[in-house]
Design a protein around this ligand. Structure first.
Ligand code: G4P
Length: 547
């Protein structure tokens, strides 16, 4: 009997090990990240150049632009094209130097939605793009805070060095002061503006000097490498420029923060790179460093159904994933609804039968696809770190966990304080039914939030950014045939109220309502009123974010 067992395990074990080894290998090859930036810092251009350098596209210049009227591959919604902005967070997968890159596209326009925040939960790292002339701007700061909260590693790319820029040392100290993170430059610009010639790798002390491509950035830039001591540098720079570069290098050696991978992985230090996404200067060194520094998918925390925290290991645990985004009508030719899942552990195969934890039922994940913007590629297998889109016949909600063997749930996705509020009605009363149906769907997708007065007599819609109302209007019209009237309410911020509502001293202009889970939320006419309410009610908590 023992011999039979021995023989069986000899036969089975190698197969198991081969599977595990393949899984390990696939995971090690993956980098799943999001780009965070303020509008116009260059996120779309950088994403496009990543596609260029990976060979996914042969020529750059498809970046959607207000002038050119062309669109980036990641802008797929009709409205995004109309307005020249990227509204929904989509995902793209491609290979760069044998590494499989999953880029989560976080919208970069002025207003942003909860989608953006939720997308960041699916990322293992983030690239923060900063405009070299503007420094750390408002939206970058908001998005960075979410990364910081999740302790995800952030790499910084200081862009537009080909234009007149602020002093690089100044930019570093702004990153440190405003974002409260240490910065560690891994390369340093050689000149700036028209004189931006290249970068010095601060570890190898190699200069990388770029040649402007005739095609204006449509093709990768040619690089010349030489050491910092090489006479060639003297020919490239004026005496003054060379002097300044040498001084900065000395200063960085003496006073700069040395890079530490462990601090980076804990989100305590950010490696900084300089370049110009438009002219392709500094991109190759940045992309190459990115694939070495950014972590592959790792352990994720979850809870068993009796509330115990557990670690989900990407290799050791069988398949598990969670829904971070829902989207309907992505393809106008087929009326469809997709749920986007981030795989956290195990291997996914087409038609996999999984357990839907919230509904406590088995289901088949049908029509899985990976996304290259609007073009969907049907998928036979996928691994931790990958984002898959599956058909949603109404069974999925944001935050749902699906898995094969064990029973646990990934933490619910946080909700963020809405900042715009409105009463919304169909213009034609006969469209009420379609209006209700559409609104319900868009609330489920997280496009807008639903709030109710405490006496239940009126409902309000709320959003993190007012652009979400435009999306609501556009989608109700195009997908449900309903024109709506939106009356904005005079509130500018809000907070969930924790504590006894009866003893809460409410500022006179504010309003207490409830959200769709019947949690109390206070709407304030301005941020000052909110601070005042907190100071008046020290025994109550006013939360910007809730889980
Ligand atoms: P975003 O996604 O972060 O909003 O920014 P996007 O890449 O769309 O870039 C915003 C503008 O900045 C674009 O110009 C783009 O060409 C330009 N840009 C991006 N990176 C660089 C850079 O490194 N150097 C310079 N000089 N410009 C850069 P636009 O005129 O608004 O649009 P377009 O017609 O050029 O597309």
């Amino acid at each position: 009997m023992n011999q039979i067992n021995q023989k069986m395990s000899n036969e089975i074990l190698p197969t198991l090990n081969t599977h595990q080894a393949q899984l390990k290998n696939e995971i090690a090859k993956r980098r799943t990240f999001a780009i965070i930036s303020h509008p116009d810092a260059g996120k779309t251009t950088l994403t496009e150049k990543l596609l260029l350098y990976s060979g996914m596209i042969r020529t750059a210049g498809m970046v959607r632009g207000r002038k050119s009227g062309k669109f980036a591959v990641s802008d797929w919604m009709g409205m995004e094209q109309e307005r020249g902005i990227s509204i929904t967070a989509s995902a793209m997968q491609f290979e760069y130097q044998n590494i499989i890159i999953n880029v989560l596209d976080t919208p970069g326009h002025q207003d942003f939605s909860e989608d953006t925040y939720r997308t960041l939960t699916a990322a293992d790292s983030a690239v923060m793009v900063i405009d070299a002339a503007k420094g750390v701007e408002a939206q970058t700061r908001k998005l960075f805070e979410v990364c910081h909260l999740r302790k995800i590693p952030v790499l910084t790319f200081i862009n537009k060095m080909d234009l007149p820029s602020r002093d690089p040392l100044d930019l570093l100290s702004e990153v440190e002061q405003v974002l409260q993170i240490q910065s560690s430059p891994l390369n340093w610009p050689i000149g700036s503006g028209q004189q931006f010639k290249g970068v010095v790798d601060l570890i190898s002390e190699q200069c990388m000097v770029f040649e402007k491509s005739v095609a204006g950035g449509a093709k990768p830039a040619l690089i010349q490498n030489f050491s910092l001591q090489d006479e060639k540098l003297k020919k490239l720079l004026s005496f003054q420029e060379l002097n300044q570069l040498q001084q900065e290098m000395r200063l960085l050696k003496e006073a700069g923060n040395p890079f530490r991978q462990d601090l980076f992985l804990r989100g305590e230090i950010t490696p900084v790179f300089f370049g110009s996404a438009l002219t392709n200067f500094g991109l190759e060194p940045f992309f190459d460093a990115f694939i070495h520094l950014a972590p592959p998918p790792g352990i994720r925390l979850a809870r068993t159904l009796d509330g115990q925290e557990i670690q989900v290991h990407p290799v050791n645990n069988s398949f598990s994933a969670y829904v971070f985004k829902l989207q309907t009508n992505m393809n106008p030719h087929h009326c469809d609804s997709m749920a986007f899942l981030r795989i956290c552990s195990g291997r996914f195969e087409k038609d996999l039968i999984v357990k839907h934890i919230r509904l406590n039922r088995q289901m088949r994940l049908s029509q899985p696809s990976s996304l290259i913007a609007r073009e969907r590629n049907s998928l036979l297998e996928a691994f931790p770190g990958d984002i898959i889109g599956v058909m949603n016949s109404g069974l999925f909600q944001i935050g749902d966990t699906v898995l094969t063997d064990a029973v646990f749930e990934f933490p619910p996705l946080p909700q963020f304080q809405p900042e715009v509020f409105a009463v919304v009605r169909p213009i034609e009363i006969s469209k009420r039914k379609s209006f209700d149906k559409g609104l319900e769907l868009l609330i489920l997708e997280g496009t807008v939030q639903l709030l109710k007065r405490l006496d239940d007599l009126e409902i309000y819609v709320a959003a993190v950014g007012s652009l979400q109302f435009d999306v609501l209007k556009f989608r109700l019209k195009h997908e449900f045939g309903v024109e709506i009237d939106i009356q904005l309410l005079p509130f500018k911020c809000s907070a969930w109220l924790i504590g006894d509502p009866n003893s809460f001293q409410k500022p006179s202009q504010s309003l207490v309502v409830k959200d769709f889970k019947n949690r109390l939320i206070v709407l304030f006419s301005n941020p000052w009123e909110k601070d005042y309410a907190q100071s008046k009610n020290p025994h109550h908590q006013l939360l910007d974010m809730i889980i």
